[in-house]
Design a binder for this molecule. Sequence first.
Ligand code: ADP
Length: 543
Amino acid sequence: MFGLMMNTPLLISAIAEHAARYHGGREIVSVTADNPRHRYTYGDCIGRAKKLANALNGLGAKRGDRVATLAWNDYRHLEAYYGISGAGHVCHTINPRLFPEQLVFIINHAEDRWIFTDVMFVPLLEAIADKIPNVEGFVVMTDEAHMPETQLSNVMCYESLIADESDEFDWPEFDEQTASALCYTSGTTGDPKGVLYDHRSTLLHAYAAVAPDVMSMSSRDVVLPVVPLFHVNSWGSPYAAFMAGAKLVLPGPKMGDGEVLCELLDSEDVTLSLGVPTVWLALLQYCEKTGKRLDKLQRTLIGGAAVPRSMIQEFRDKHDVEVRQGWGMTETSPLGVASTLKAGLENRSPDEKLDFAAKAGRGIFGCELRIVDEEGSALPWDGEAYGPLQVRGPWVCSDYFKLDGSAGTHTDDGWFDTGDVATIDPEGYMAITDRTKDVIKSGGEWISSIELENTIMAHPAVAEAAVIGIAHPKWTERPLLVVVKAEGQDVTGDELLAFYEGRVAKWWIPTDVEFVDELPHTATGKVKKIELRRQFKDYQLSG
Ligand code: ADP
């Protein structure tokens, strides 16, 4: 027997309408290439998103067509999110930091009909234009006054495109599992793979995001997403913020600039910010140097890579800011776990609480977790057993775009194999020990590169660190610690190795230390281990 409740579809346009009706006056502040502080409201945003939806109809866009964006976090990109998906097309966000060959691959693979681009990415498109012949037009997201000279053909100016369109648009109603957005993984191994979100998954994920133990986002919040709109929908923040009615502050091209972020956090009264650890490293370094304190910020959601314990401590002790760690991936929309303290753990010592905060987090309702052994049998949640992490839920991908199951990432019983290795403790807190391909195998056992990195990050002379496995005749592999020294600090390799004593198992302590000026980063700001391994491929260990 079915229940007797309405089957109203969960559509992105419904969030837009809700935001415009209840929070129409709420502000959206953007830094753009042509305006240091653009301000308007949710009402303005949705009005312009409707103009865009009308303009896309005028161009001949059909349901399901892929319309790409190549842009920073600002109000025009936000309008594209709602205008494109709301009208029933697929918003394909492209990461401008990908290599040109990868851009060509994903634009052709996605069969994008139009690309909406920021002015600064026009040269990037010019360089690959002859390799993406199926793109029918390029829309430069600026006004006539700032239109660049370009060799691209069929170029339109965003402001002119929407100028004469009506801000009335009847959002179409369709099945909630209709595709809404497309994001490709960074393709660190092989070609990038397309994750195709739908309206239902996006809305369910947004409900989860605003929940108290996840982002805890309300209409009283001011949210600064430093995670790009071009990667995993900025962790769903544009949908969650509109659902909650939170003020949005979008940093545009200034995402990695500690000074700009600090100023925005302060002057716009930001209460919640989201970003990867490298971004916060830049901010904390800037604060340390200038003696600035983050007085208004209440909490940060940090994920995308393991959050060093020392970073959580610094936010807590110097700025009174709560760090919520999260784990997720493109394939999981991305929220999978978040690390708030559970009832019953309040009386633990500050150190033990920090131990929980330093784990990736505990399951969010809607994303089931399990760790398995080599045969695929579930491992115990004892905080000790580790194995491949598998997940399932309504916002986890069931396949990749146009790959028809060939990626081999899903199990026969319907779970997605994340490619991460993890432990889960009896309280349900999951900790990532490594990506499967980054695991260091020493003497038949695994060493967690992440734990070695997090441990050494607490040393004051270390700005950034990465640990990779180097081939060893006896042990298969041994860890090499690669370190960027903190500004004005000096330290020797032996001193760093001594720092590990008593903090990790003796046989985990890296065999060698190398100092570098900087570490290679991926398009999403994570340490690019594959590149680092390439750099050190001929490295001779000392022992
Ligand atoms: P890519 O790095 O290829 O762009 P994603 O952005 O989807 O892909 O990154 C997902 C990966 O990032 C996860 O599989 C995991 O390895 C890593 N990651 C995310 N959050 C955490 C975390 N809190 N701790 C450790 N690793 C994390």
